[in-house]
Design a protein around this ligand. Structure first.
Ligand code: ADP
Length: 245
């Protein structure tokens, strides 16, 4: 069974008596360990789909199964537990706490655990090590470069060791070089067996993914519909081992 099953998912909003359909009958399967990019114009439904995948927004119709679990069939508390156990989030704006050090930021998702502080710190240090920031653990976010802040956000998403990483424009605010460093960290996590699902506007990022899904007006476009030269019509650079530039 695929790791993620989006099964005829739709999302509509009601306002002032009008119904707006934001996602329309989305069916997609993602395999365990797959690295998937979602691309589409502004307003096409990418954030809405990511929120549904992140167990944060109930679909109006359809089901989401992750590792065989019907996510929106869970009671609220069980769904919160599911989120903690299964999901890591990386946001474009990083949402780092400016007055906490790097290691304290990474420890935040562990706050709910009833484990000793030393254990949490050790887990956070391991996550920082994985993104190459162990030597900057005592710095405040403002004392880190943009790329380092991005890696810090990834470390925080990783600290629970989730099997699925969701990222919204993780390279969006970064220059090309720094953005490709962040992509390299995400790709490495994918190579280690995590499933990674990212929203991106960046065709260079998308070209490195196993697969790119295109969305337009709330509908998934058939493969190849984005036209020749689109990221999903090329062989994956990741698969053919092209160097990062
Ligand atoms: P994207 O991430 O691709 O820019 P979004 O998923 O944020 O697109 O939004 C898709 C559409 O859904 C947009 O037209 C947006 O205005 C609309 N939308 C998003 N959230 C709401 C909401 N809470 N109520 C009504 N419309 C919404």
């Amino acid at each position: 069974m695929p790791f993620i099953v989006l099964d005829h998912v739709s999302k509509t909003y009601q306002s002032n008596g009008a119904t707006t359909c934001v996602l329309s009958d989305v069916t997609q399967h993602v395999q365990e360990g797959e690295f998937v990019c979602l691309m589409g114009p502004s307003g096409s439904g990418k954030s809405t789909l990511l929120a549904i995948l992140g167990a944060m927004s109930h679909p109006s119709q359809g089901r989401l199964l992750i590792d065989g679990i019907d996510v929106y069939d869970l009671a609220d508390e069980a769904r919160a537990d599911f989120r903690r156990e299964y999901l890591g989030f990386v946001f474009q704006q990083h949402h780092l706490m400016p007055y906490l050090t790097a290691v304290e930021n990474v420890m935040l998702p562990l706050a709910v655990l009833r484990s000793p502080g030393g254990y949490k710190r050790q887990r956070a240090m391991e996550a920082l090590y994985r993104v190459g920031l162990a030597d900057k653990a005592a710095r405040l976010p403002g004392q880190l470069s943009g790329g380092e802040q991005g890696r810090l956000a990834i470390a925080r998403a990783l600290v629970n060791d989730p099997p699925l990483l969701l990222a919204d424009e993780p390279t969006g605010a970064l220059d090309t070089h720094t953005g490709s460093q962040i992509m390299e960290v995400l790709l490495e996590l994918g190579r280690q067996g995590r499933t990674v699902f990212i929203v991106t506007h960046n065709p260079e990022s998308a070209a490195l993914a196993d697969r790119t899904i295109h969305i337009r007006d709330g509908r998934i476009q058939p493969p190849g519909a984005a036209g020749p030269g689109s990221a999903d019509s090329r062989p994956s650079a990741r698969l053919i081992g092209a160097p990062l530039s």
